[in-house]
Design a protein around this ligand. Sequence first.
Ligand code: PEP
Length: 257
Amino acid sequence: VTARRPFIAGNWKMNLDHLQSIAFVQKLAWSLKDAKHDFGKVEAAIFPPFTDLRSVQTLIDADKLDLELGAQDLSDNDSGAYTGDISGAFLARLDVKYVIVGHSERRTIHGETDEVVGAKVAAAHRHGLVPVLCVGETAEDLEKHGPSAVPVAQLRAALTTLPAGAEIVVAYEPVWAIGSGQAATPDQAEQVCAALRDALVEIAGADSAAATRILYGGSVKANNIASFLREPNVDGALVGGASLDITEFASIVRYQN
Ligand code: PEP
């Protein structure tokens, strides 16, 4: 079995301007350092708004902070007449490593289809970024189709193939659990994450599937994170609300302690 390094990803959404983000990241890094967090054992990444990326990247670089940097979205195009969009090339220039693709808020608020999400996965790979591909069902989907059908269909639609050597992170985020305070149970998360891994075997082959980290997201907090990470197919968490509280997020990253 391939060892997968647990991954805790903090999605700030549209919160913290670039000045607030500087104070936040410094305090978070000190908190992890004081606690002697072992970055080799659990990887932590933050996903600030685009306008914070430069400030946060400078801090990470200058102070050699044990934090990876991610963006919340990217364009499926590389350059041109796409007012307001951000190219993966720009993100790569800022040393951004990860990029969230297909978050349910982008799918619902901005009408992103599986086709667009798939094109964004490809754009991320073109620029050497690791996409964090979000999939997940609504409460209505769950009632109609059962637990795994919609997330697996979204994965297959966005990821028809995985180019050799291309890394991806998959995040299972039931829409009904996001920001609701009502997390899935660890059993529910494991069932869907296992089904996603089975689909990855067909898409990318057994080795790739075994090496790919699959996260759970949806009302993850310091007091429930360990129960998810105990599941064999859950390799970390995508954290929204709780990633905006330094103490809470640091405790989530340090769930093993
Ligand atoms: C999210 O939006 O990706 C998320 C998981 O949010 P929350 O942790 O607030 O439920």
